[in-house]
Structure formats: C-alpha cells, structure tokens
Design a binder for this molecule. Structure first.
Ligand code: SAM
Length: 235
C-alpha cells in the first residue's frame, strides 16, 4: 500500500511539475555535484560546466517513468539494458574534456543524449555515435526537440570513431572498453584529450584521461574508479 502511495505521488509530481520545479531540482543537483567534487577531491568544476549542468533538461531526456528521479545524482535506466550516467560523472568527464567554444567533440555512446547535450552547450559541434538503434532514434528526436542543432547523432559502432569529421579536439567515451580503441587515438587532434573508462564488466574500471601531445605521443592519467556499461560491438 505504501509503495502504491509513493508511486502515485511520483506520478503526480511528473504530471504537475513545471519548469520552475525542474529548474529548482536542477540547482539542487548542481550543488550536490559540487559538494561531491569537494569531498572526493577529484576536480574543481568551472563556471561554464556548472552552467551547462544547470541548463540541460535531464528530465526531458529520460523515459517518462524516470522523470521524477531525473535530478538525483545517480544513473537511471533508459531501456535496452542501458543507463544515463550519474550527473557527477557527466560533469567530471565534461570538465576533463576542457571544452572550448570552437571545439569539435566526438562522443561514443549517445544513450539518452544527456552528455551530448551538456557538451552541446559548451562547444561548436558534437558528433555522437550510438550502437542501439532505438536509443539512437530516441536521442536524435529528443535533442532536435530541445534545439541542439549543433549535435549530430549517428547509428554505428563507436569503436571505429567517425572518420569524416576527424580530427577531434576531444573524444568522450561513455561505455567501458577493454582497451583504448586505436581508431579513436588516430582521430584525436595533437593537443587533444580523450576521456575513457577502461576495464571489464565485472572488474574495476578506471576513468582515464589521455592527452595527445603536439608530437603525437599519448600521456595517460588515471582519474577515478568508475562503473560503466560495456562498449559492445564486433571489434
Ligand atoms: N552518454 C549517455 C548519456 O548521456 O545518456 C550514457 C551512455 S550509457 C552509460 C553507454 C551507451 O553506450 C549505451 O547507450 C550503449 O548502447 C552505448 N554503446 C555501447 N557500445 C557502443 C559502441 N560500440 N558504439 C556506440 N555506442 C555504444
């Protein structure tokens, strides 16, 4: 009975919450993300990244059943066994990408489109690849509906990157790979950054920040232990 009451209350919030309610919930989420960063000491967030986190309507990108939870600092299911990442991790990966106004960024793993929208607030263009057709279609439609005309989506295997628009100022991979895909290293600009979780499904995964020097060398830093769904595909 209690569970039913709770579900009814949540359904009622989803039906009646207006833009002001969502903006307030988003502000609380951003404050929590900042607090979490201070506690972990992982990073200090810049104003533009915090502003992007405040701007993007996470509730519009999750399935309707998840809307009441959209501004909780945790991953949520988006169907097809996949998740929208935790807001803190999205902010962390965005900050590590050091986004600039005129950057062109590749994202691997569109999922809900949330990370792409955050990047879309900050850079000139985002190219994003999703391997599951239904998710690619849903994200394309939602991102267009929200006006992100600087985000281009594609159905495909992101292991191979998106050669046509390379090289990229930054590459953000949002599924865990067993190794860093060589095509992505090739498609990174000298001076560019790649953020990628590396590790198996049941192993500790590490979020890596790779930097390609002007001479083409790769410098790798371990940032944090993370848990992502696996990078799938034929490779
Ligand atoms: N960035 C997403 C967001 O903001 O909602 C979250 C991504 S979810 C953690 C990982 C996504 O990567 C899933 O949607 C999954 O289908 C996708 N994926 C897994 N392997 C992939 C591959 N080889 N190429 C492209 N997408 C892939």
């Amino acid at each position: 009975m209690k569970k039913l009451t709770c579900l009814l209350l949540l359904a009622s919030f989803a039906a009646h919450a207006d833009d002001a309610d969502y903006a307030a919930a988003r502000a609380a989420m951003v404050a929590e993300v900042q607090l979490y960063a201070r506690m972990t000491g992982d990073i200090e967030f810049s104003e533009p990244v915090l502003a992007a986190m405040q701007a993007v309507q996470r509730h519009s990108l999750v399935p309707a059943s998840q809307m009441p939870f959209a501004y909780e600092n945790r991953p949520l299911p988006i169907g097809h066994g996949q998740t929208i990442s935790q807001p803190y991790i999205v902010a962390l990966m965005t900050e590590l990408a050091s986004p600039d106004d005129d950057d062109v960024i590749l994202e691997v793993g569109t999922g809900s489109g949330y990370q792409a929208a955050i990047l879309g607030e900050l850079v000139e263009h985002v190219y994003t690849i999703e391997i599951i057709e239904a998710l690619a279609e849903r994200a394309t439609e939602k991102l267009a509906g929200l006006g992100y005309d600087n985000v281009t989506t594609k159905l495909g295997d992101g292991y191979y990157g998106w050669e046509a628009h390379a090289p990229y100022d930054a590459i953000v991979v949002t599924a865990a790979a067993s190794h860093v895909p060589p095509p992505l290293i090739e498609q990174l600009k000298p001076g560019g950054r790649m953020i990628i979780p590396v590790g198996g499904r049941f192993m500790t995964q590490l979020l890596l920040l790779l930097e390609k020097t002007e001479r083409g060398e790769i410098i790798s830093r371990q940032i944090a232990a993370v848990r992502f769904v696996p990078l799938t595909g034929e490779h």
